[in-house]
Design a protein around this ligand. Structure first.
Ligand code: BYC
Length: 319
């Protein structure tokens, strides 16, 4: 009996059955080209965000107020580099090359999160990034641990564990500042005022303006809509703000007993569009820095390549 290769219709049926059964799609499996492209877009954007996300915090490494705070911040920034590496590795299982993705980032052909285009102006920003930015990241990323694509879901499990540590260190740093002097409390409030709305924008456009959500949810890549996750983040953050004694800068923010959730105002979507299309306060600086770092690292990549070729040559001679 001869076995025949499955037809395109059979392959698609198998893929649909995997998604319907909530099982994982693995790199060896057939997948629709649009599913593969969507994953590459999202994972690459996520990886770039981790790498660019090292810059705003890296800016404070040499100015941290104590050795302890510096050691913690250094560990966090290094974790972010690690997240970038897991994510580029996950993207590579879809048949793209990390070098190619880096070129696309540097040439502004792929995006990274809007949040990293805002400057870190005070030490309180470091705590607020941990609390709000990592808090938003957790709300957005925990459901990605159940993403239908295996390598991405597995990378997210480890990333979320580390993000959770990042969020707590930020919050702990803010607890120390808000228990401090009046000037320290004012510094925290001023920072919260600047980061609150950009943090809400991290979840992406409102559902009605999100072209990708519907398809990505049908494929089990995204498990919730942008607005659902934004709501979850607001509900989670309001009590934490009360403990810190800071005010969230939204006059429309209030508990709605009927919905059992907070009502809140609309982010300035024209600002979001401007930041995503390159006109944010620090877009230029972030990409210039990344480009320079890539150029300065060329010799390391060349040396690693030469070493790998030499090792392969030795193994070839032995065989
Ligand atoms: N910034 O149809 P939509 C971190 C784009 S790392 C920029 O809703 P989707 C951390 C979107 O790409 C944080 N662009 O898209 C690191 C799409 O554009 P294209 C990164 C955004 O993909 C270090 C268009 O707008 N997290 O936490 O269904 C230190 C329409 O949007 C943004 C991730 O990447 C944005 N905020 O949903 C500390 C998580 N939002 O490509 C912390 C994984 C949307 O069609 N990604 N766009 O031209 C996701 O969950 C989803 O991709 C998003 C967007 C929810 C972000």
């Amino acid at each position: 009996m001869t076995s025949t290769a499955p037809s395109p219709a059979e392959l698609e049926e198998r893929f649909d059955a995997t998604i319907a059964a909530d099982q994982r799609v693995e790199p060896r499996d057939w997948m629709p080209e649009a599913y593969r492209r969507t994953l590459i877009r999202q994972i690459a954007q996520h990886a770039h965000s981790e790498i660019i996300g090292m810059q705003p915090e890296g800016n404070w490494l040499l100015r941290a107020p104590s050795l302890r705070r510096r050691a913690i911040l250094l560990a966090k920034v290094q974790d972010e580099a690690g997240h970038g590496m897991y994510l580029y590795a996950a993207a590579e299982t879809l048949g793209v090359d990390r070098e190619e993705l880096t070129e696309k980032l540097i040439d502004s052909k792929q995006k990274y999160s809007s949040i990293f285009n805002y400057p870190t102006l005070s030490w309180a920003d470091i705590g607020v990034i941990g609390w709000l930015v990592d808090g938003a990241a957790i709300a957005n990323q925990v459901p990605l641990c159940r993403c239908s694509y295996g390598p991405y879901a597995r990378a997210m499990i480890r990333i979320c564990k580390e993000e959770s540590f990042h969020q707590r260190q930020g919050y702990e740093s803010l607890l120390a500042l808000t228990a401090g002097t009046e000037a320290q409390k004012r510094m925290v409030q001023e920072s919260v005022d600047r980061w609150w709305w950009p943090s809400l924008m991290m979840f992406g456009p409102a559902d009605g303006d999100s072209p990708n959500t519907h398809r990505s949810m049908a494929w089990g890549i995204k498990r919730h809509t942008n607005d659902e996750l934004r709501q979850r983040f607001v509900d989670m953050t309001v009590p934490q703000a009360a403990v810190l004694g800071v005010t969230l800068p939204d006059p429309d923010l209030r508990w709605n007993p009927e919905r059992q959730a907070h009502d809140f105002g609309e982010p300035d979507w024209s600002e979001f569009t401007a930041v995503v299309s390159g006109a944010g306060p620090a877009n230029r600086q972030r990409l210039d820095h990344r480009r320079r770092a890539h150029e300065n690292g060329a010799w390391v990549r060349e040396a690693a390549q030469a070493y790998a070729e030499k090792q392969a040559g030795k193994q070839g001679a032995r065989a």
